[in-house]
Write a protein that binds this ligand. Structure first.
Ligand code: SAM
Ligand code: SF4
Length: 324
């Protein structure tokens, strides 16, 4: 297992399998003229498998697939099934917008310990169109229902947007507390071309709202978790808040990101680092790749504030490029 220079074990790899997406969420992509990368710049299936395998040999035991939209990539389900069977892998996870996911539910159900995170920012169909700029609310709700009915461990992720869906925070709690899913609220993060970024609903602000409505008990912080979890009214329903903007979890962060073009990001706030695609395409063998990965991880920043201070560009890339 690789341990970074701040003593954090690095066992969790997040892989953006594509930069492309079938939605255009306002907080993630511009309305039009989104520049997607040419196919040959994106890691091929074979390159992805090779890099993931190398990471498992370095101690990674948990992989999350994200994007862009992972199911937008035709070979994604094969990649997922293959990864789940790799030696050393304990769990595979997906973050998806849920639009193209439903046809794969039977296959997903068969993958041991699979965890599915589905992004949903509103329970109002017309608002869904405004946020995502596409008409797919019913499809996503069907995916959520089918995932639940098939016993797939599912979490719902809502990005909390000031003045857009904050009036639905309690509606989400009421709707999902009757179901087997867990609910997570995500602090919104700015990105370079963002049109509507007003003020951030931080962990404190969201948890205060929950406390005004429920008897809220904060749960012990789990090691390496990026969420602060709460239970309400003595029930077992778990509500997490992801402090991506507040960055209160950096001290135990165990995540390495692989972008769709094969760059390593050792912190969400850092510049993209090591170019693994270039190493592979110039003929490096696995031992050389491992050595360079260990070096890159050793250079990790202490936390997201330090990484942000030292980044070359002050603007944030879309999460779809870096694998949010
Ligand atoms: N397309 C998939 C989806 O939406 O779930 C996976 C990729 S998306 C970039 C991964 C996660 O990042 C989603 O939960 C999305 O809501 C979140 N995200 C995207 N832009 C964000 C932003 N500006 N602030 C906070 N979360 C963001
Ligand atoms: Fe696509 Fe996910 Fe970004 Fe929305 S958040 S535009 S679904 S990548």
């Amino acid at each position: 297992m690789i341990i970074d220079k701040h003593g954090r074990p690095m066992n969790y790899l997040r892989v953006a399998v594509t930069d492309r997406c079938n939605l255009r969420c306002t907080y993630c992509m511009p309305h039009e003229n989104m520049q997607f990368l040419p196919k040959n710049e994106i890691l091929s299936y074979e390159e992805l498998l090779r890099i993931i395998t190398v990471f498992t040999e370095l101690g990674v035991n948990k992989v999350r697939f994200t994007g862009g939209e992972p199911f937008f990539r035709k070979d994604f389900i094969d990649l997922l099934e293959y990864t789940s069977q790799l030696e050393g892998i304990d769990s595979v996870n997906i973050t998806t917008n849920g639009v193209l996911t439903q046809p794969y539910i039977d296959k997903l159900k068969k993958i041991k310990d699979l965890k599915l995170n589905i992004s949903l920012d509103t329970l109002v169909a017309e608002k869904f169109i405004k946020i995502t700029r596409r008409n797919a609310f019913e499809t996503v709700m069907k995916t959520i229902n089918d995932a639940m009915e098939n016993g797939i461990q599912t979490k719902i992720n809502m990005v909390v947007m000031d003045g857009v869906n904050t009036n639905e925070i309690i509606d989400f709690v009421e709707y999902f507390r009757k179901t087997p899913v867990n609910l997570r609220f995500i602090e919104q993060m700015p990105f370079n071309e963002h049109e509507n970024f007003k003020s951030v609903w931080t962990v404190d602000k969201i948890s205060n709202l929950l406390s005004e409505n429920y008897n809220v008990v904060q749960q012990p912080i789990q090691p390496q978790s990026t969420t602060i979890d709460y239970k309400i009214d003595s029930s077992d329903f778990v509500i997490g808040i992801i402090a991506g903007f507040s960055r209160s979890f950096c001290g135990t962060c165990n995540r390495i990101r692989l972008t769709s073009t094969g760059r390593i990001k050792t912190c969400l706030y850092a510049d993209p680092g090591l170019d693994v695609r270039a190493l592979i395409r110039s003929g490096s063998n696995d031992a050389e790749i491992k050595e360079r990965l260990i070096e890159a991880i050793q250079q990790r920043h202490k936390n997201g504030f330090e990484a942000e201070e030292q980044r070359s560009k002050q603007v944030f890339e879309s999460m779809s490029k870096i694998g949010g």
